[in-house]
Design a binder for this molecule. Structure first.
Ligand SMILES: [Zn+2]
Length: 152
């Protein structure tokens, strides 16, 4: 009896799936895979500390090309001050004042020499806020770079 019922089941119609539905599913799958990879990055990875959730990065105010490049270099953590040694084959540079490895993180948040410049330019206290896309953060960061004489 059960076997007879099983054979009477109407087949599912084989209709083509619209391309838009497939594209949407592909985008969801790619985004999900991307988010998983991003969240599995080692904690030490600089980009994840700045932007915990992957999303498009924009600059709110219109920036000059040089400012936009500076912002992007800071966000990826690679400025000439901290990475030129790789091209020259030199040792990792250290902050002369603090005697720690020179990094964007150190310069923007912890360097004792730059404390006054951070306060004067009202630089936010987290890397995520400093490198965010808000007009206030970008203005503060650009002022800080000028005050600290840091050229990305
Ligand atoms: Zn320092």
């Amino acid at each position: 009896m059960a076997a007879k019922e099983a054979t009477c089941v109407t087949p599912i119609p084989q209709e083509p799936i619209p391309a838009q539905d497939l594209i949407h599913l592909l985008r969801l799958g790619i985004t999900s895979s991307w988010n998983t990879q991003w969240s599995n990055l080692p904690q030490i990875h600089g980009l994840r500390a700045i932007q915990p959730i992957p999303r498009k990065w924009t600059s709110s105010p219109p920036l000059k090309r040089k400012e936009e490049i500076s912002l992007r270099l800071l966000r990826i953590g690679h400025i000439s001050l901290t990475h030129t040694h790789l091209l020259r084959g030199d040792l990792l540079p250290t902050c002369i004042s603090c005697n720690v490895p020179l990094s964007i993180h150190h310069l923007l948040l912890h360097c004792l020499t730059l404390t006054a410049a951070r306060r004067r330019t009202k630089l936010p206290t987290s890397l995520q806020d400093i490198l965010s896309s808000t007009p206030e953060a970008i203005s503060s960061l650009l002022n800080f770079l000028t005050a600290a004489k840091i050229t990305p």
